[in-house]
Design a protein around this ligand. Structure first.
Ligand SMILES: Nc1nc2c(ncn2[C@@H]2O[C@H](COP(=O)(O)OP(=O)(O)OP(=O)(O)O)[C@@H](O)[C@H]2O)c(=O)[nH]1
Ligand SMILES: [Mg+2]
Length: 884
């Protein structure tokens, strides 16, 4: 379809016409549906350097939103705009942009989409594509994860020389966990050593799906000169002409190809047969088409193939993986890839209902809203009101629900909050209630980001992605709801105020650095800058030691913190001394303490304050602490006790005799009227968390500790007790007990241990294993050929184990055989899975490259924290002292 649209794209550029505002404004429901039907929210995911940003730049160019093609190496791209990105040539922040594909003809009258796309391809009508270009570096995996939350489909880009790399496998699996339909673009086929066939086989084996080869590379004269692709779906050859911007493409029918390049024409036919066979195994409709066409694989229409591919891509779990070919840098293959995005990936209407929570209850948004649709409008009985329920009346009052998935401090436009709307319609001027922070703020304007242009719109409907400028509070990951007519200062009714779209679990930070303002007068500015950084990136953690005034910033990796430091000093001009980047150890007590009572009795902010608490500590004694999620109360607690799970395997168990969690009617007899049990518990929770953030042994966060707390209303709560006093009393009491435990027998350190998956060629396997197990103290867990079936986890168990010999691939020009697996990667790739202390993995990539002749790659993630042996702890502590 893009052949027909090429001229429109040029017209868009000539007139520099922005996106038509009409289509994006407030509309009645059927039109909103048609808007969602013609929307695609997609992500570009892959290993670092696969060419995601390069491909994105071409997409913007061909859709007519940029006048020249940006170059990663020159630092002139639209999406990698941060100075740190341009300097390093890598993507750090995911970038969200919008364009239309196929391009709209600005001169043509506004059109409604066809009633159905059964008889015409989706790509025959212009769709609104919201695209997120994600970073490939492992330190920014969290950035990819939070992007996946709001996507309906993804294009995974592979480097045709490197094949399926470690981080690709990781993000592919993560996208699978979110049930995101995916297609693959094998890029960089212009590079010497490009191996399409080997890459396709690797896809089958390592990504656990059947590759549906939709395009095959066209190597000129059968040698390595990559000039175009064979379109297996529509049975044609596409030749990109000369070294132009890629907009001149010569199509060849199969008949024409017979004379121009017969071997290539024959290969397209072979590929078509393989494609029909594969689809027939997964889609019954394709079997019918095959029979209707007298079992002639070539007679089935391109549209029928496309529709069958679409059905298989939308199956859960996805077992068929459509594969396309190209070289973005050479401007080859991007337009048909865009057609496939529109043709194969789902619209927001085809995605499953988002998961939500209301209070402690989990549900889906559709279920929550269904009473509004199903139940008749009735006023709720006043005396039968559960203030945390969402009944028909509450559900009806919800005008829109959206997720803030990204916050960016734009140098020109200020704070931009990117949102995806999940239900209803968000209008300009809406009073948004933030259910995470419990604050309301007005959305003064709504924007759509078209490359470098921001286009103002009146509203965003369900399924749409847009930007709200000027919000003061919303952070990445917050849920924003709008109840039309609700004044800014009022709370949404019933349980709506606690309605949250499923949060993303943030992995524990394993590196940290200290931040010290140059002078007292700089402190406020530094704090403001840090607050912006944290709003943008919730995977950064900040702790402040009240006593020493020291601030620690913790993050996912050394590059993650290096970039945060750069942004702080260079972009925000914070005047602060930043320490070296260190490993975030944990410390754990080794002895219990008996109950200690502490009563705080001193003015806070010139007002009298008094609060007491009794605290006892017990170490859990675990030698290994796996990475776990934390947060929330345990529902199995009795009425007079409450347990919070905290990060790093810590728990707070609070007993509150006489104060029932289930019945607050008797509380007034025991506690002053200005206090409430939930408020008291929340203060204890925050006080305990603050105390655990820095242990007495070496200032590391405390892990493996159970805190027993008793709140005796008569002895601990006074008329002068305030939430702040309660929280401060708890913090001091826990700190005192931690000190006591540490004085009795010194705490021990726990170190982060990583689960590393390393891919190497057979020849270097021995050296790499030796290095990991001897020099780095790692424990090798498995050694597999990378074509061996992966261990069955709950994730992969539903996915096929693919025999590479059953995958169709065209021959590679440089392959020693016919492109079969044995002569491709079979001789080389091995996969090592090992547990290795993080300290030993710092700077590992260079060593791995040296050992593998540059071919080895690895990914790692935190597996947990492990207690250090006395000798190792001594060595680490001595090394730290030498440095400081
Ligand atoms: N030869 C060749 N080089 C390419 C191609 N596509 C991208 N590159 C080069 O590969 C390098 C990485 O490209 P990017 O587009 O930044 O890759 P990326 O996937 O966005 O990388 P991260 O965002 O850092 O993960 C750049 O030097 C590009 O010029 C291609 O088709 N052929
Ligand atoms: Mg990039």
């Amino acid at each position: 379809m893009w052949l027909a649209w090429a001229c429109c794209a040029r017209r868009v550029i000539r007139h520099n016409v922005k996106a038509p505002r009409r289509l994006l404004s407030t509309q009645a429901s059927p039109q909103l549906d048609s808007l969602s039907r013609t929307t695609r929210n997609i992500g570009i995911i892959a290993h670092i350097d696969a060419g995601k940003t390069t491909t994105t730049e071409r997409m913007l160019y061909y859709s007519g939103y940029t006048r020249r093609i940006g170059d990663v190496d020159e630092g002139s791209t639209v999406t990698d705009f941060l100075p740190a990105e341009r300097a390093r040539g890598i993507t750090i922040q995911s970038a969200a942009i919008t364009f239309d594909w196929p391009p709209k003809d600005p001169q043509a009258p506004q059109q409604q989409p066809p009633a159905s796309f059964e008889t015409v391809p989706y790509s025959s009508f212009s769709h609104n594509v919201n695209l997120i270009d994600t970073p490939g570096h492992a330190d920014f995996t969290f950035e990819v994860l939070r992007s996946l939350r709001v996507l309906d489909g993804a294009v995974c880009i592979l480097d045709g020389v490197a094949g399926v790399e470690a981080q690709t496998e990781k993000v592919w699996t993560q996208a699978g966990q979110h049930h995101i339909p995916r297609i693959i673009f094998v890029n960089k086929l212009d590079r010497v050593g490009a191996a399409f066939s080997r890459t396709v086989k690797e896809i089958g084996v390592r990504l656990h799906g059947w590759p549906a080869v939709c395009q095959i590379p066209w190597w000129k004269g059968g040698n390595g000169d990559f000039v175009g692709v064979g379109d297996v779906v529509h049975l044609r050859g596409l030749l990109w002409q000369g070294s132009t911007d890629g907009s001149r493409i010569q199509p060849y029918t199969l008949e024409q190809l017979e004379t121009v390049d017969k071997t290539f024409a024959d290969e397209i036919k072979k590929a078509r047969i393989a494609l029909v066979e594969l689809l027939s195994e997964h889609d019954d409709v394709m079997v019918e088409h095959y029979l209707e066409h007298d079992e002639d694989h070539l007679a089935i229409t391109g549209l029928q193939i496309m529709q069958s591919l679409r059905r298989t891509v939308l199956q859960t779990p996805q077992k068929v993986i459509p594969i396309f070919a190209g070289a973005s840098f050479r401007n080859i293959g991007v337009q048909p890839l865009l057609d496939s995005v529109v043709d194969l990936l789902p619209s927001p209407l085809e995605r499953s209902d988002p998961e939500i929570s209301v209070g402690n209850q989990s549900s889906t948004l559709g279920e929550l809203l269904s009473p509004a649709v199903n139940a008749p409008a009735q006023p709720q009985k006043k005396n039968n009101k559960d203030e945390n329920a969402v009944g028909p009346a509450e559900a009806r009052s919800l005008s829109a629900c959206a997720l803030a998935f990204k916050v960016v401090n734009d140098p020109k436009r200020g704070m931009l909050v990117y949102v995806r709307v999940y239900s209803g319609r968000l209008d300009r001027g809406a009073n948004l209630y933030n259910t995470n922070l419990h604050v309301a703020e007005r959305a003064p304007r709504i924007l759509k980001m078209y490359a470098n242009d921001a286009v103002e719109v009146d509203s965003l409907s369900s399924g749409q992605i847009g930007v709200i400028p000027g919000l003061k509070y919303a952070r990445t990951g917050d849920t924003l709801i709008w109840c039309k007519g609700l004044p800014l200062k009022s709370q949404p009714p019933g349980g709506l105020k606690s309605l949250q779209l499923k949060p993303i679990t943030v992995p524990p930070p394993v590196f940290f650095t200290s931040i010290e303002p140059y002078s007292l007068s700089e402190q406020k500015h530094v704090q403001e800058c840090l607050a912006i950084l944290l709003r943008e990136d919730p995977s950064l953690h900040l702790t402040v030691d009240e006593e020493s005034g020291q601030t620690h910033l913790a993050g996912m990796g050394d590059l993650h913190l290096e970039i945060a430091r750069d942004r702080l000093l260079n972009d925000y001009k914070a005047k602060a001394r930043i320490g070296k980047i260190e490993i975030g150890y944990r410390e754990t007590i080794t002895s219990s303490t008996s109950p200690n009572t502490y009563v705080l009795d001193k003015p806070i902010a010139s007002k009298p304050a008094k609060a007491g608490i009794t605290v006892a500590l017990t170490p859990t004694g675990d030698m290994i602490v796996p990475v776990s999620t934390s947060g929330g109360t345990l529902p199995e607690d009795g009425p007079f006790e409450t347990t919070y799970t905290l990060p790093d395997n810590c728990t707070v168990h609070i007993t509150h005799p006489n104060l029932s969690r289930h019945d607050s009617s008797g509380h007034k007899n025991h506690i002053p009227p200005h206090l409430s049990l939930p408020g008291i518990l929340s203060s204890i929770h925050s006080g305990a968390s603050a105390a655990l953030a820095r242990g007495p042994y070496n200032g590391y966060p405390v892990s493996n500790t159970t805190i027993e707390i008793n709140v005796d209303a008569a002895a601990h709560l006074f008329n002068e007790t305030t939430p702040t006093a309660m929280s401060m009393a708890t913090r001091t009491a826990v700190q005192n007990s931690l000190k006591e435990a540490n004085d009795t027998s010194p705490s021990v350190l726990m170190e982060p241990v990583m689960l590393a998956t390393i891919f190497v060629n057979e020849g270097s396997l021995g050296a790499v294993v030796q290095d990991i197990s001897s020099s780095r103290g790692g424990q090798v867990l498995s050694l597999d050929a990378s074509d061996a079936p992966a261990p069955t986890t709950s994730l992969t168990s539903e996915l096929p184990t693919v025999d590479p010999n059953l995958i169709y691939t065209p021959p590679d020009p440089f392959a020693s055989g016919t492109g079969d697996f044995g002569s491709g990667l079979g001789d080389s790739q091995r996969q090592i899975v090992a547990r290795v202390p993080l300290k030993e993995m710092v700077g590992y990539l260079n060593q791995l490259r040296a050992l593998t002749g540059g071919r080895g790659t690895f990914v790692m993630s935190v597996d947990g924290f492990e207690r250090m042996a006395a000798q190792r702890q001594k060595e680490v502590m001595d090394a730290m002292r030498d440095f400081s």
